[in-house]
Design a protein around this ligand. Structure first.
Ligand code: SF4
Length: 390
């Protein structure tokens, strides 16, 4: 079963194009997990996570400075080379500085003409959602709901349909089943003797961002059943927490490097999956409000609560502590892409928080999103794991 999940990471473009041809349906790409993919799904469009690749960049330098996030530059280079031309639309949310401007860069690097009325794209190729940086306090819910209403109307025009509350509730049920299955997956990693490695858990979870959730849910049931019968991984392993950006089908090799150095990532905060989608969507309030609340409960390096800056301890680190309940760690690894303002800004404070609250050391790894960078990281990880082993 693991091979099926792995295949979606290795051949994501081919498999998504194949699904598109077979189903005669559309695919919309998104950059950041705060994008309300449930609304895209409710429009009968496949939401797909857009990521970079190990390919050397060729065209992005025309528009994006070299001292910009290498992960985002890789994504934009792929778009500029037409690799993402099979997408029918791209959803951009107001998140970190460079991803928020990807609408502009995509228009420059990968222009897609769409019909206009009086110069206005009624069904735009680039759909922008101004996701609030401040995720709590008066008016935030209604503000984001307004953004989601516009987004929903754009999807309805694109598909010439009306997305009803019934349809959204149906999709919420599918996504809540997914969140439940992911919770079961992560429960296996919290055990003192995990039965699956961090890299395998990543493959299983990340593939769900590339294929229809219903199909992934169907794969998960026999897979979890298999996990429950599996013998624990051998050897006493050092348990690590991974906090990082730009972690995708190329850079998740950091998990394997950690495993080859005698440790396991048993939990993470990497901007995808359970690390942010840590709870189900409410079903006792109107569906659009429920999706708004769910996305306002994503506590990433870019968000802040109503508190003034610097964050009080309870928002970001409070969230991390909550995701680590019932889990034990011996250390934290910060995998930070160069020039990532969000993660570099919070690292010094989080390093102290991990020391003060969990009494564990931290390792800082800066990633230039290249294969060469990983070879350098191995020695640092080895020394860090040895230090923890004492
Ligand atoms: S790694 Fe940082 S700068 Fe790069 S896309 Fe993610 S949040 Fe933005």
């Amino acid at each position: 079963m693991r091979k099926t999940f792995e295949a979606w990471l290795e051949n994501r473009h081919e498999l998504v194009k194949q699904w598109k041809d077979e189903k005669q349906k559309k695919v919309f790409g998104y950059f950041c997990c705060v994008a309300p993919e449930e609304l895209i799904y409710a429009a009968d469009i496949l939401p797909m996570k857009i990521t970079g690749s190990s390919d050397p960049v060729e065209v992005v330098d025309k528009h994006v400075v070299q001292y910009a996030c290498p992960y985002a530059r890789s994504i934009l280079d792929l778009a500029g080379r037409g690799v993402y031309d099979y997408l029918n639309g791209v959803v951009v949310c107001n998140t970190c500085d460079i991803l928020s401007r990807c609408g502009y860069y995509m228009r420059m690097l990968a222009p897609h003409e769409k019909s206009t009325v009086l110069g206005v794209e009624m069904t735009p190729y680039i759909l922008y959602i101004n996701h609030p940086e401040k995720i709590s306090g008066k008016g935030v819910h209604d503000y984001l709901k307004g953004e989601y209403r516009i987004f929903k109307q754009q999807l309805e025009r694109e598909q010439r349909i009306i997305i009803t509350d019934e349809k959204m509730s149906e999709v919420i049920e599918i996504y809540n089943e997914h969140y439940d299955l992911m919770e079961q997956l992560h429960e296996f990693r919290r055990k003192d003797t995990p039965v699956l490695s961090g890299s395998e858990a990543f493959e299983v979870e990340f593939s769900s961002l590339l294929m229809p959730k219903e199909d992934h849910n169907q794969l998960m049931k026999p897979y979890l059943d298999g996990l429950s019968k599996r013998e624990p991984l051998s050897g006493d392993t050092v348990r690590l927490y991974l906090s990082g950006g730009g972690v995708d089908q190329f850079t998740y090799q950091i998990y394997r490097i950690i495993e080859e150095c005698g440790a396991q990532v048993v939990a993470e905060d990497i901007g995808v999956g359970k690390s942010y989608m840590h709870r189900k969507i409410a079903t006792d309030i109107p569906p659009l409000d429920a999706i708004v609340d769910h996305r306002l409960d994503v506590h990433c390096p870019h968000t802040m609560s109503a508190d003034y800056y610097p964050h009080k301890n309870d928002e970001r680190f409070g969230f991390i502590k909550k995701t680590l309940e019932g889990n034990r760690i011996d250390g934290a690894v910060f995998f930070v892409p160069l020039y990532c303002e969000c993660r570099n800004t919070e690292y010094p404070r989080l390093k102290d928080d991990f020391r003060n609250d969990f009494d564990v050391p931290s390792l800082y790894l800066d990633s230039d999103y290249s294969q060469g960078g990983f070879d350098e990281m191995r020695a640092k990880v080895e020394a860090f794991v040895e230090m923890i082993r004492g």
